[in-house]
Design a binder for this molecule. Structure first.
Ligand code: FEO
Length: 390
């Protein structure tokens, strides 16, 4: 396995995880990569590492360019183990290499690996000369952990963005211009929705911090390298981080004996008749991480569950836990569901939407099986409420 040359003296030396199908709860049907970058300069520099079990692939790629023992500097933009796992093993090959990270990064690395490394702590705007080029560091806390930073080489117009702009794709191709644009954008959206979404305010700050830089290449820590589609990706990150949505409704539900499903289909029809794109997701059949991708630009989020043992169905409970953690903002919510006697599921869903600070449409609840007249009346009321928002 060989390194892949990106520009003069800069190489991709990462690892391709063809088998990865679950990244802490997020289905990664296309696998992923852990990207590591090698800069051959007066000081040989390695930027980010890979998962520990992929160390041998990383070393083989580095060795196709240079003896790993010649690495002088290791930049650790982020300490999560998909980017730092191989660090202790790499350090054994180049024991004199100096490590650079943010203060939180330095603390985390030593805590995690039970080391006492003397790590150089960088601050916003700190620079490091490698010889022909200089790296500038910009902390980007919470994109994705508190320790995150990006590194920038003005000489190469390259931004080493770590988790930002990543996608979980295992592929032979390394560059955006080699890969199908639609799939790449969808995977970038899925990655943002499932990893970055809670940190929109921090993404806005990070985009401001790098906004004035000349960037020809964005080298993320997962997936394809950005070159031809940088303006499009920046435009999408700007949209997603500001929670800008479109007239689109998601009806997410599970049903026990079919009544909540009847309601879900009625609600779907009302949105369609109102000229709003609508998507139905039965939680039994669609994974929550795929639903999150659709939520990214949806203005209306409708949640339906019948009442089970004074509560909601477990599929909806699982979805709600994940959904609340990812915390999309500026949405309009609707709770709905059927019940036999208690009817607690509907206020539980309505409260969850309120807790997320969504505007809310009037909740719809039905006892046992709805009469056609009941459904029609609920639909007519919903249609009027939607019209008021358009
Ligand atoms: Fe790809 Fe936050 O690690």
């Amino acid at each position: 396995m060989k390194a892949v040359r990106i520009t003069d003296d800069i190489y991709w030396v990462g690892a391709i995880d063809w088998d990865l199908r679950n990244f802490h709860g997020y289905l990664t049907q296309r696998g992923s990569t852990y990207n590591s970058y090698l800069i051959i300069d007066e000081k040989v520099t390695l930027i980010d590492n890979v998962k520990s079990y992929m160390f041998s692939e990383q070393v083989e790629r580095i060795s196709s360019v240079i003896d790993p023992g010649k690495i002088d500097i290791i930049i650790q933009n982020h300490i999560e183990m998909d980017h730092s796992g191989s660090l202790p093993l790499i350090k054994q090959l180049c024991p004199n290499a100096e490590i650079y990270a943010t203060a939180k990064g330095a603390e985390g690395l030593n805590r995690h690996f039970k080391k006492n490394w003397d790590i150089h702590e960088v601050k916003s705007g700190s620079t490091l000369s490698l010889g022909k080029r200089e790296l500038t560091f910009v902390p980007t806390p919470m994109v994705h952990w508190p320790d995150n930073m990006v590194s920038y080489s003005a000489a190469d117009k390259i931004l080493f963005s770590n988790d930002a702009f990543g996608q979980h794709i295992a592929s032979h191709e390394r560059f955006d211009y080699e890969y199908a644009q639609g799939i790449l954008e969808e995977e970038a959206a899925k990655y943002y929705a499932n990893i970055v979404l809670p940190y929109g305010a921090q993404v806005v700050k990070a985009l401001e911090a790098v906004g004035g830089l000349e960037i020809d290449w964005i080298l993320p820590s997962h997936g394809l390298i950005w070159h031809d589609r940088i303006p499009r990706m920046i435009e999408l990150y700007d949209k997603w981080s500001h929670n800008r949505t479109q007239e689109k409704a998601l009806i997410i539900y599970d049903s026990m004996w079919g009544t909540t499903e009847i309601m879900a289909k009625m609600i779907h029809g009302v949105f369609e008749d109102s000229g709003i794109m609508a998507q139905l997701f039965n939680l039994r059949y669609t994974h929550i991480s795929d639903i999150m991708t659709s939520i990214l630009d949806a203005r209306y989020i409708c949640l339906g569950s019948p009442t089970l043992n004074n509560n909601i169905l477990p599929t909806m409970a699982s979805f709600l836990t994940y959904f609340k953690g990812l915390a999309p903002k500026k949405r309009i919510g609707l709770a709905f569901g059927s019940y036999g006697w208690g009817g607690q599921s509907i206020p539980i869903l309505d409260s969850a939407l309120e807790e997320m600070k969504f505007e809310r449409l009037k909740a719809i609840k039905v006892k046992f099986i709805p009469d056609p007249e009941e459904l029609t009346a609920a639909g007519e009321h919903l249609k009027k409420e939607i019209a008021a928002y358009k």
